[in-house]
Design a protein around this ligand. Structure first.
Ligand SMILES: Cc1cc2nc3c(=O)[nH]c(=O)nc-3n(C[C@H](O)[C@H](O)[C@H](O)COP(=O)(O)OP(=O)(O)OC[C@H]3O[C@@H](n4cnc5c(N)ncnc54)[C@H](O)[C@@H]3O)c2cc1C
Length: 309
């Protein structure tokens, strides 16, 4: 079993990461202030360096923990990492609602920052709060095992083919809801690819050259799908077709090119339109009555639909 210092070093050597933690020999001991007795500093392993992992690391650091952030990808930022972002991606949430409360986005940022701006912002956040040196890129957490009650977790980390096992007092899972592409196994897709067709997940659409001059079919009708349909159009695709199972109402950034949607969506009246877990009969009736403003029922079930744009 390696100490945290040895683990950081052995993983750091294979990373070429600007900021591998330099742990002092006595860094795991803290002065309790009571008769100068020293006790071991508690350790936390944070899985993932997206928005959630970064803020978790910051909080554990400020609470005096030794922090080790394992990020399986080559960059921080999670869904905002440049290696996963399609061109033209922007937040849906306005800038001042998508920032950490103790670290505002720069005034120069637009109301809906681009993916790259969010990535830069997250890098600055990690640097500002001293999280960056704790992050270990290309480091995949492959297994967690509970140690005997109260003793924390054994964590198996894989980095560039090297496997390390280390014990932590706390493990925080910040692995993200959208960090693994959902791939479809569709009959005929192998033949389609053999004939020269290309199938990519939205996180693999990294350049508009991928759509230029092509007949593009977008599967799905949520944010990434509609963004990518627009991107493909802008990229001068020969045709763009959107195929989806469930229609959803789309909210524009501005209603009537005038009213910012945040002034309509983020208020108590619209919150009341979200379907609660157990709606009453009256609540259900009101939500039906006020559809399509009923945000809990915007998605309508139905057969596959097709929109050519
Ligand atoms: C295109 C797009 C636009 C979005 N826009 C908005 C928006 O405007 N507003 C909003 O509120 N939300 C938006 N979201 C939702 C977004 O997912 C969250 O806002 C937030 O970024 C999620 O952060 P996260 O840290 O929880 O997860 P992620 O960003 O997914 O980060 C998880 C990280 O964990 C890493 N990881 C996973 N498993 C392991 C493992 N075993 N070992 C090591 N590392 C691991 C992943 O590599 C990843 O870097 C958007 C999502 C997408 C995809």
């Amino acid at each position: 079993m390696q100490t945290m210092k040895q683990l950081s070093k052995s993983i750091g050597m294979t990373l070429n990461h600007e900021a591998v933690e330099a742990v002092e020999p006595d860094a795991s001991m803290v002065d309790t202030g009571v008769g100068n007795r020293l006790r071991r500093r508690r350790s936390a392993c944070i899985i993932g360096a997206g928005v959630s992992g970064l803020v978790a690391a910051k909080v554990f650091l400020s609470s005096g923990y030794e922090v080790f952030v394992a990020e399986k990808g080559p960059e921080i930022g999670g869904v905002w990492a440049p290696s996963k972002s399609y061109p033209g991606v922007r937040t849906q949430t306005p800038r001042d609602l998508y920032c950490f409360t103790d670290f505002p986005m720069p005034d120069s940022y637009p109301e809906w920052p681009t993916g790259h701006q969010v990535y830069q912002y997250l890098c600055n956040y990690a640097r500002h709060f001293g999280v960056m040196p704790k992050i270990h890129l290309n480091t995949d957490v492959r297994r967690l095992s509970r140690l005997k009650a109260g003793d924390g977790w054994e964590v198996e980390l894989s980095n560039g083919g090297n496997v390390h096992v280390h014990n932590f007092d706390v493990v925080v899972i910040c692995s993200g809801r959208f960090s693994s592409p959902k791939r479809l196994a569709l009959p005929g897709s192998e033949d389609f690819k053999a004939a020269g067709g290309v199938i990519v997940h939205s996180s693999e659409y990294l350049s508009n050259d991928q759509a230029k001059g092509k007949d593009v079919v977008v599967l799905g009708y949520s944010k990434s799908a509609t963004d990518l349909a627009m991107e493909a159009l802008a990229a001068k695709a020969r045709s763009v077709t959107v195929i989806y199972r469930e229609a959803t109402w789309k909210l524009p950034y501005f209603f009537g090119n005038l009213v910012n949607f945040k002034n309509i969506l983020y208020c108590r009246a619209s919150e009341a339109m979200f379907m609660p877990w157990s709606p009453s009969a009256v609540g259900r009736f009101l939500r039906k009555l006020f559809a399509p403003f009923n945000l809990g029922e915007l998605a309508r079930p139905g057969g596959a639909s097709r929109v050519a744009v």
